[in-house]
Design a protein around this ligand. Structure first.
Ligand SMILES: O=C(O)CCC(=O)C(=O)O
Length: 358
């Protein structure tokens, strides 16, 4: 597999600076083909992903505990997405984490440019995913950083401002790793595996965790573009803190796009491709995308909980039977994510391409 190139194929344009110009029309580079535009498939207005009260996991009442565990199981099997409330992460910390990032994106451009990223590691301030020359781009900027493993965490690659930014991201990430660890246990048990199975398959203590904060500026022609193209997440599990005022995330369900209505102080959890592989596709890594709008910017924090990058990920032996043979061949996460890093978001094409020849 070819390695990632050192630099972007074209000069980087910050979407925020395009939006700030007050253009009436978006540049052609952001105009999606008709089939990929937001209105191409009707969205079901009255349906939403499940909302699960995680407090139920610690109830004294056995039936409440069992019911919560079973709701998570159903959500992973049939939706690949769910919201959690009462998850143990402090609401104040969630609000502050979102606000430090909003403040970052409103800093003067020269300060943000100091953190400009390259396709080699993607760390820093970015405006495109993928390095294909002439690609149609998404209407968003982002900031990407590593939290785990500690060997990859480098505060110098995190924003310097706002002044409490690094401290807030550190505390936020610490709490999200704890939450993800709890969910991994529930997912393992729900799959009929030992409580620690998924965590061990991810590399035990040596997992990867990284944060991408997405900034979706106002867009004068939201019907022609997307804030983030349809994709499934390549990693293990994503814990998303959505904007507290502006919806935008759409999840694909039965051919429709469902716009998620975020519950207050909830996280949106979704299964990534690596858990789809480990579960031999019992759990689904579902396609999602982001729409934008003309009147409001939007900020979201996607925290990716990933396997250690150099261990092969393959279906759990206990989930492989003569009736249900292994659907995927082993592959390390490093090999796997190269695809997205080179080509940008492309629906579910990567996890599909991994399927074993039958
Ligand atoms: O902004 C959102 O709501 C979703 C972001 C997302 O899907 C991602 O960062 O992978």
């Amino acid at each position: 597999m070819s390695s990632v190139q050192q630099d972007w194929p074209e000069p980087i344009v910050r979407v925020q600076s395009l939006s700030d110009k007050g253009l009436c029309m978006i540049p052609d580079r952001y105009v999606k083909p008709p089939d990929d535009r937001p209105s191409s498939v009707s969205s079901a207005a009255d349906v939403d992903i499940p909302i699960i009260n995680l407090g139920g996991l610690y109830s004294d009442d056995d039936s409440v505990r069992a019911n919560t565990i079973s709701q998570i199981n159903e959500a992973c099997r049939y939706w690949g997405f769910f919201q959690v409330v009462n998850h143990g992460v402090s609401p104040q910390l969630m609000d502050r984490a979102r606000e430090v990032w909003r403040e970052f994106f409103h800093l003067p451009m020269d300060l943000k440019q100091k953190h400009a990223n390259s396709p080699r590691t993607y760390e820093g301030y970015g405006s495109r995913l993928g390095v294909e020359k002439g690609a149609i781009l998404d209407w968003s900027d982002y900031y990407f950083l590593h939290y785990l493993p500690s060997s990859l965490k480098d505060h110098n690659k995190w924003p310097l401002l706002p002044s409490d930014c690094r401290e807030v991201i550190d505390e936020y990430s610490k709490q999200l790793v704890i939450l993800a660890g709890k969910l991994m246990k529930v997912l393992s048990m729900n799959l009929g595996l030992s409580e620690e199975y998924l965590q061990n398959a991810f590399g035990g203590e040596d997992i990867g965790a990284c944060l991408r904060t997405n900034f979706y500026p106002k867009c004068p022609q939201p019907d022609l573009t997307l804030g983030l193209s349809s994709h499934s997440d390549p990693g293990g599990m994503t814990l998303l803190l959505p904007d507290n005022h502006v919806p935008g995330l759409q999840v694909r369900k039965d051919g429709n796009w469902i716009t998620v209505k975020p519950a207050r102080h909830a996280f949106i959890i979704n299964i990534g491709d690596q858990i789809q592989v480990l579960s031999n596709a019992i759990y689904k890594s579902v396609e999602h995308r982001v729409i934008v709008n003309p009147s409001d910017e939007r900020v979201s924090l996607a925290f990716f909980y990933n396997p250690k990058s150099d261990i092969p990920i393959e279906p759990a032996k206990d989930l492989v039977t003569p009736e249900r043979p292994a659907l995927y061949q082993p592959m390390t996460f490093d090999e796997y994510r190269l695809f997205i890093r080179l080509r940008g978001p492309r629906g579910k094409s990567q996890v599909e391409s991994l399927k074993s020849p039958r």
